[in-house]
Design a protein around this ligand. Structure first.
Ligand SMILES: *Cc1c(COP(=O)(O)O)cnc(C)c1O
Length: 492
């Protein structure tokens, strides 16, 4: 049981005082009390920001709050009663009442038995305020001022000349394929160790993918394997239309050697930075290194608009063309006229409002994801056979997901599958690493170039790897639970 210090606020206090208290203490909520000291309701940051978005000033007293839910138990009840009251009402705090009805103490929600998810979206009150303003300004149309502002801020953040906000990262990759003139039967070189969304956009243009292995330093595209693929294609008198390079789990690929090879063959690089927004490569922002870069704001990514993405480039005309294609390719005429076909790929104004709020939190989210990784690495990094994804010397990873490979030869036979089963038994979500594209039934018989003659890095990673829960809202107690479960399994 916790004493109520810092977890209560009198109803005469202002909206601003309550918000400040929550943001500086890091507490999830407060219990509002009436002048007699009796508990009234729970209040969270989200509720307070909603009030402000609805036009209430900072000085508004909390008496203006609508009636809200309260989990309350009597002093005489067992501690479990407070926990079940909170769970039943989905609240964060419970008020313990003295016989005279006044607040005696406040209990926090015990989250020890609750499931821990891999990478749940983390959307705070600030985004909600901005999204609500999108309603207020009557701009629920597909386009509007938030979209324009979001594009400006994405371009400024990445240090590129132009950005186009879209309905998904996949849409961005597809537009890149269309802009580069990828046609049926064309070769497109792709990372093998990635999520299908890296490669599917090449298929939308009926291209033929050729898969390239990873290198051990970054787990991303191997320049050596890429070179071999170019040599083999040249021998057949062929050349790819594009190379799609994925930056996995928050880390950039090694673009200097990759771009050197691609430039030598005159082939453009499309950077799939869906997972690496916020990462750096040699002082540049991940997503800004290829002819086109694509980011994603899908629900599981480091920042999110529930669904969304963007394509960026220094080629302002190409982005203008992408804008045209993404809005049904309407010719400049007063009537609806079309000379080519396009797509309905634009981001809505409401979601761009969410994105503006999320973008402002990006650096904080990177720090939080890195804190999660550092916690795991400090607790488990010294265990023989446990190999965390390395951070290459060329830059900063955003550590979107904390990933590791387990070598069963060094753990007494315990492998990644054993750890995943043990974690699942504790209601902790974990996942295997991406299954390489060259091993997918969909791509049976497609060409694949491995890092070494006898070494396929992506195959080995797939066999040994797993992703641990990496959400930015994970508490230290939850991280302890993950680590304890892993250590217990390894010592078995
Ligand atoms: C998420 C993701 C994408 C696609 O992004 P969407 O916005 O979900 O379409 C592309 N590539 C990789 C590697 C991803 O993880």
């Amino acid at each position: 049981m916790t004493h109520s210090d810092g977890l209560t606020i009198a109803c005469g206090e202002s909206l601003k005082t309550a918000l400040d208290r929550l943001t500086t203490s890091g507490e999830e909520a407060l219990i509002v009390t009436n002048p007699q000291g009796a508990p009234l309701r729970e209040v969270s940051e989200r509720v307070l920001r909603r009030m402000r978005a609805a036009g209430f000033s900072d000085e508004t007293p909390l008496t203006a709050l609508p009636a809200g839910a309260l989990a309350a138990v009597e002093e005489t009840e067992a501690p479990e009663a407070a926990q079940s009251a909170m769970r039943a009402a989905n609240l964060r705090l419970a008020a313990v009442r003295a016989p005279d009805g006044t607040l005696k103490a406040v209990v926090r929600r015990d989250r020890r038995d609750e499931p821990i998810l891999l990478s749940p979206p983390h959307v705070g009150g600030e985004e909600e305020e901005l999204a609500l303003s999108a309603f207020d300004t009557n701009w629920i149309a597909p386009l509007g001022p938030n979209v324009e502002q979001f594009e400006k801020e994405i371009a400024a953040y990445l240090g590129v000349k132009a950005a186009l906000a879209l309905s998904s990262g996949s849409a961005g990759l597809h537009l890149a394929m269309a802009l580069l003139g990828v046609k049926p039967g064309d070769l497109v070189f792709c990372s093998s160790f990635t999520f299908i969304a890296s490669v599917a956009p090449a298929l939308y243009q009926w291209a033929e993918p050729v898969f390239i292995d990873s290198e051990p330093e970054s787990w991303n595209m191997s320049p050596a394997a890429l070179e071999n693929a170019f040599v083999a294609a040249e021998r057949e008198g062929r050349k790819p239309k594009a190379v799609i390079v994925a930056n996995l789990y928050g880390q950039s690929a090694d673009y200097e050697p990759i771009l050197k090879i691609c430039d030598a063959y005159g082939v453009p690089v499309v950077e799939d930075a869906a997972e690496s927004l916020g990462a750096h490569y040699k002082g540049r922002k991940s997503g800004s290194l290829g002819a086109f870069g694509v980011v994603s704001f899908n629900g599981n990514k480091i920042i999110t608009t529930s669904g969304g993405g963007a394509i960026v480039s220094d080629d302002v005309e190409a982005i203008a063309r992408a804008r045209f294609l993404s809005t049904q390719a309407r010719d400049p005429a007063p009537h609806y006229q079309h000379s080519v076909y396009g797509y309905n790929y634009r981001m809505s104004n409401i979601l761009a409002g969410v994105g503006l709020g999320q973008l402002r939190l990006l650096e904080r989210r990177v720090a939080q994801r890195r804190r999660v990784f550092d916690f795991y690495a400090a607790a488990l990094g010294g265990v023989p056979g446990v190999n965390f994804m390395p951070e290459a010397a060329f830059g900063r990873s955003n550590r979107w997901l904390s990933t590791l490979a387990i070598d069963p030869n060094l753990t007494g036979g315990v492998g990644a599958a054993d750890l995943m089963a043990a974690l699942a038994a504790e209601k902790i979500e974990s996942r295997p690493l991406w299954k390489p594209m060259h091993r997918q039934p969909l791509f049976e018989g497609k060409a694949y170039f491995s890092h070494g003659d006898n070494a396929s890095v992506s195959d080995e990673l797939f066999e040994q790897g797993l992703c641990l829960p990496s959400g930015t809202a994970l508490t230290e107690a939850q991280l302890e639970r993950v680590v304890e479960t892993i250590l217990k399994t390894l010592r078995r």
